[in-house]
Design a protein around this ligand. Structure first.
Ligand SMILES: [Zn+2]
Length: 380
């Protein structure tokens, strides 16, 4: 990954390039962004730039060091990433097989987010059970005590330090404070507020903002062959999260909208037969579309909440969808919409945990139906 491959984040990239060129980069960096930010690609680009043998304003991309960096196999870039929770120490075999998965994850999902990694590494297990075990702190100390192989520098990318076991976190405090010479630590966090103060105080924090709509729109136009209007629409829905925007390109928004209207009608009418048939159809969709369908429904509920609050200036739906929202809002209430939103959010989580799509959709439908119908009784 080179800085120029990251859509947006020009100022942040420039800051890093200047710091590295002037030898001012702090030895322990914390790249802190929201989930969906490009903090990880930024760390990868930083590592590549540090190792590049012909640095300009960016890594050259063609020197032997860059060739390895672009494949994530540079021997002086080390990765520590969260794994499925275990009581046992991680051994070299497990570390190597994880590293293999990690490299293909980086290659395949260029702007992947923690949830995508959880899907790869947890293979159906509960993704909440990911962590960086204590044995990894010993591994970090050992790895960094060795000389660099090919580069002048060693780079340790620690992904999601918020998932460090507390003993692992304590185990790296000393080396974080005083890393061996020519060593850079880059901690990449999506929940910096959950980090121990002792970790925070030892790092220089670099906030990584979410992308703006324009950067996402341009990216979708260039890399996903969308026209301006379609790209803009998805950028608005994705809310700064590039991975989410890319995911949305796989699902047809209009299908989701039509289905959403039918779904809400069936829920409002308590038409269980129709809801069961819809659950069957939902079950046949692929995982990405299932997720997009629920995300889309959530975005419609959010728009309805904003409508009910009178917050028209921050509504983001496209005009045809807003029309629906304006008709739907007066028929319902804040409580009902909030309940539906929360149910959808839970449904999405259950999907991530590989629950049965049909059961999740059906439960969700009955829950929303109950809320809508009760809300109506209450207002009558
Ligand atoms: Zn290079």
């Amino acid at each position: 990954m080179k800085f120029s491959q990251i859509p947006g984040l020009r100022d942040t990239s420039r800051l890093l390039v200047d710091a590295i060129r002037n030898d001012h980069l702090a030895h322990a960096q914390l790249f802190a962004g929201a989930e969906g930010s490009l903090a990880l690609p930024l760390a990868l680009a930083t590592a590549a730039y540090i190792h590049c043998e012909q640095r300009g304003d960016d890594a050259c991309g063609v020197c032997p060091a860059c060739v390895k960096s672009m494949k994530y196999i540079h021997p002086d870039t080390h990765f520590v990433v969260p794994l499925i929770k275990t009581d046992k120490d991680v051994d070299d075999d497990q570390r190597n097989s994880t590293l293999k998965l990690w490299r293909s994850f980086l290659t395949e999902s260029l702007f992947g987010v923690p949830n995508d990694w959880a899907t790869v590494v947890a293979e159906g297990e509960d993704k909440k059970n990911l962590l960086i075990p204590t044995s990894e702190s010993r591994h970090i100390v050992k790895t960094l005590s060795l000389k660099a192989f090919e580069s002048r520098y060693k780079v340790m990318i620690l992904w999601q330090p918020e998932l460090l076991h507390v003993n692992a976190a304590n185990g790296i405090l000393k080396i974080l404070e005083e890393p061996p010479p020519q060593t850079y630590f880059i901690l990449v966090s999506y929940a910096a507020d959950q980090l121990l103060p002792t970790i925070l105080s030892r790092t220089q924090i670099l906030p990584v903002p979410l992308l703006d709509d324009e950067a996402i729109t341009n990216y979708l136009k260039e890399h996903h062959q969308l026209d301006e209007a379609a790209a803009k629409r998805l950028a608005l829905l994705a809310d700064g999260n590039l991975a989410q925007a890319i995911r949305l390109t796989a699902g047809e928004d209009e299908d989701h909208f039509d289905e959403f209207i039918q779904w809400m009608e069936a829920c409002a009418n308590g038409d269980v037969g129709a809801l069961v048939a819809m659950a069957d159809n939902f079950h046949l969709l692929d995982k990405v579309r299932q997720r997009n369908r629920l995300s889309f429904a959530m975005s419609m509920m959010r728009e309805t909440l904003l409508e009910l609050y009178g917050a028209h200036d921050i509504q983001r739906a496209q005009p045809a969808h807003l029309d629906f929202v304006r008709r739907f809002a007066p028929l319902t209430s804040l409580n009902v919409v909030q309940t539906a939103y929360d149910l959808l959010n839970d449904g999405l989580l259950h999907l991530e945990r590989n629950g049965s799509a049909k059961m999740i959709y059906l439960d969700l439908s009955l829950g929303i139906s109950g809320a809508l119908r009760q809300g109506r009784t209450a207002t009558v």
